[in-house]
Write a protein that binds this ligand. Structure first.
Ligand SMILES: NC(=O)c1ccc[n+]([C@@H]2O[C@H](COP(=O)([O-])OP(=O)(O)OC[C@H]3O[C@@H](n4cnc5c(N)ncnc54)[C@H](OP(=O)(O)O)[C@@H]3O)[C@@H](O)[C@H]2O)c1
Length: 315
């Protein structure tokens, strides 16, 4: 049994992981939150923290073995909260840390995830004269659950639209890059693998690739046409238009993540598909498989079965 602190533990992704840790029933879990509004599973402790108060953070982290952060990078533009958290973790003697990653390996062309890059650099800097904090970047690619939009398939992660619109049998791809790779992993698999990593006694690898499914855009469309029982309207866009910030398509994303404000929405709903399309042509979503190798017995949900189940009987 170890003490685990979960920063941002009342968020969508963190609650998936907390549920997996609670089921395993091996550890003492404390959510760190800026608010006193408790909204948690019984048996999980709650600690209000002020991310701008170093001594408060250090007190909260005393005795903590593993610190998992799910602080929303969009809501923390300079990543002040996570940097202060890392400093406090070092001062408090926390053994292991996982920053708020849970996405792609590269962040190129995805300005909304620039904060992740800042934290990667910060962690390297903190350890530059010798390791003071063991850490891992959990990278599972995109949640496979999003291909079920608008249906909810995860317990806490809300549905989100993507360039693969299974409901309306349509998709956007970059002309000439149909073989670009996407890694797609269900939120439940991410949570289960993170829980196994928490239990793992060996040293964490820095890159924690979690490869649920590694598929090309063409394969995602081929699976879509099969499970949706009909052809997809595929709109091909040009890289140079995307690089110029133009999304020349007849349709666009409409549903925003809850962390994106109404004011930010219009910009995001264009920037996100552009960023995902462009970054995929540069290999950003082709994540590695360190954790598949570490836990070879873990069976991931396959994309074909998952989507066949989701779309079975749906018009
Ligand atoms: N790969 C994918 O498909 C995918 C999809 C979704 C998310 N993600 C990633 O998963 C991670 C978690 O995302 P999420 O959607 O679960 O996040 P979320 O629900 O939007 O927020 C998580 C928590 O962040 C905390 N928070 C917000 N602003 C903060 C600040 N300035 N300082 C400190 N804490 C702050 C809040 O906790 P309190 O209010 O309780 O303090 C909140 O509950 C992110 O890194 C995100 O990019 C990946």
């Amino acid at each position: 049994m170890v003490n685990i602190a979960v920063a941002g533990g009342r968020g969508q992704v963190s609650r998936e992981v907390i549920d997996a840790l609670v089921v395993a029933n091996k550890h003492d879990i404390t959510i760190l939150s800026r608010t006193a509004t408790k909204d948690v599973t019984p048996g999980v402790h709650w600690r209000v923290v002020d991310y701008n108060d170093a001594s408060d953070l250090i007190r909260a982290l005393k005795g903590v073995h593993t610190l998992l952060s799910f602080v929303q990078p969009l809501a923390d533009p300079d990543q002040k909260s996570q940097k202060n958290l890392i400093d406090a973790a070092v001062s408090a003697g926390v053994k292991r840390f996982a920053p708020s990653e849970y996405g792609s390996s590269g962040t190129i062309d995805m300005p909304w995830w620039a904060g992740k890059e800042k934290i990667r650099k910060y962690l390297k800097e903190v350890n530059k004269d010798g390791k003071v904090l063991e850490y891992i970047l959990f990278q599972p690619g995109l949640f496979l659950d999003y291909l079920a939009f608008p249906y909810k398939t995860a317990k806490h992660v809300a549905p989100l639209q993507t360039v693969f619109d299974y409901q309306n049998r349509r998709a956007i791809v970059v002309d000439g890059h149909e073989d670009a790779v996407m890694t797609l992993t269900t939120a439940a698999d991410v949570a289960a693998v993170v829980a196994q990593a928490v239990d793992y006694d060996g040293e964490w690898p820095i890159i924690g690739g979690i490869r649920g499914n590694r598929v090309t855009f063409s394969q995602i469309l081929e699976i879509g046409e099969k499970v949706r029982d009909g052809p997809f309207a595929v709109e091909k866009v040009q890289s140079q238009d995307l690089e110029a910030g133009d999304l020349k398509t007849s349709w666009a994303l409409e549903a925003r993540h809850q962390a994106v404000s109404e004011n930010q929405a219009a910009g995001f709903l264009t920037a996100v598909p552009i960023g995902i399309l462009l970054s995929s042509t540069k290999g950003a979503w082709d994540v590695s498989d360190e954790l598949n190798q570490l836990f070879p017995d873990y069976e991931f949900v396959g994309i074909r079965d998952f989507l066949a189940n989701v779309w079975d009987g749906r018009s």
